[in-house]
Design a protein around this ligand. Structure first.
Ligand SMILES: C=C(O[C@@H]1C=C(C(=O)O)C=C[C@H]1O)C(=O)O
Length: 239
């Protein structure tokens, strides 16, 4: 049988899922690639893979997507790795640079600036922008380096009262239920072994990885997070 092609995110936030994939029989059923989120999205849109840990903003570009898992990369408040870093308070930001690795958080920044802070901004690629979006491991330890730092997991919660899902496991076609069952068992195995995953990651003085993977990232795709995805999609479509 042809292997199912899976693209997962290459960041620390996905390491419990990768542990689950590599330490359960799922590994024999799939061909795995690790990609930055914008590439995960593009591969799923272009049908280069069957399943991706896809930024939720990109679901709008996949005609018949199916969310195949109750696990996600989410947060209930501060996420600690999705930021607007700024040299100015939010109400003085005039220019914003987006993160080429992101799909969701770029849109989230635009949604929050327009609807929550009501601050019109011009998007730019200029290195001298007033503020910029950054996601993932590159943000670890950077919070102290900028005068104004906005954690977008926390700001979305302030705005809507909802948790958030940044990326979900989605397929661009219908897959056998036996595969989906195996897939979810594998994700659960990885999450249940988070202590081992954390022990195997390099320690950092400037970032608490154990807190990040045990508390800041919230892996359960709950009904509230599904509600958040719907609402977020409506805001994106009105941008
Ligand atoms: C929490 C995060 O969620 C991510 C943010 C994404 C995005 O902005 O498109 C996509 C996948 C997730 O890895 C993060 O990367 O820090």
């Amino acid at each position: 049988m042809n292997k199912i092609k899976v693209s997962a995110v290459s960041y620390t936030n996905t390491t419990p899922f990768i542990y689950g994939i590599k330490n359960t029989p799922l590994i024999d059923e799939i061909e795995l690639s690790l990609d930055i989120p914008s590439t995960c999205a593009q591969k799923l849109i272009d049908c280069q893979v069957d399943v991706g840990l896809v930024p939720v903003a990109a679901l709008l570009q996949i005609p018949k997507y199916e969310i195949i898992s109750d696990y996600c990369i989410g947060a209930t408040g501060a996420v600690n790795s999705v930021f607007i870093f700024s040299n100015k308070p939010v109400h003085e930001i005039k220019t914003l640079r987006l993160d080429k690795q992101s799909r969701t958080s770029n849109n989230l920044a635009r949604v929050l600036l327009k609807n929550y802070w009501k601050q019109p901004v011009e998007l730019t690629e200029d290195q001298n922008a007033d503020a910029f979006v950054e996601i993932g491991d590159r943000t670890f330890g950077k919070k102290e380096s900028f005068p104004f730092v906005y954690d977008m997991g926390a700001e979305w919660m302030n705005f809507t009262g909802l948790p958030f899902a940044f990326a979900v496991w989605a397929a661009n076609k219908s897959l056998p239920s036996s595969f989906i069952e195996l897939f979810n068992k594998s994700m659960k195995f990885g999450l249940d072994n988070r202590d081992k995953v954390i022990d195997n990651l390099p320690k950092r003085d400037d970032f608490d990885i154990a807190h990040y993977l045990n508390h800041a990232i919230d892996f359960a795709l709950t009904d509230k997070k599904r509600e958040a995805i719907q609402l977020f999609h409506q805001y994106i479509q009105a941008l």
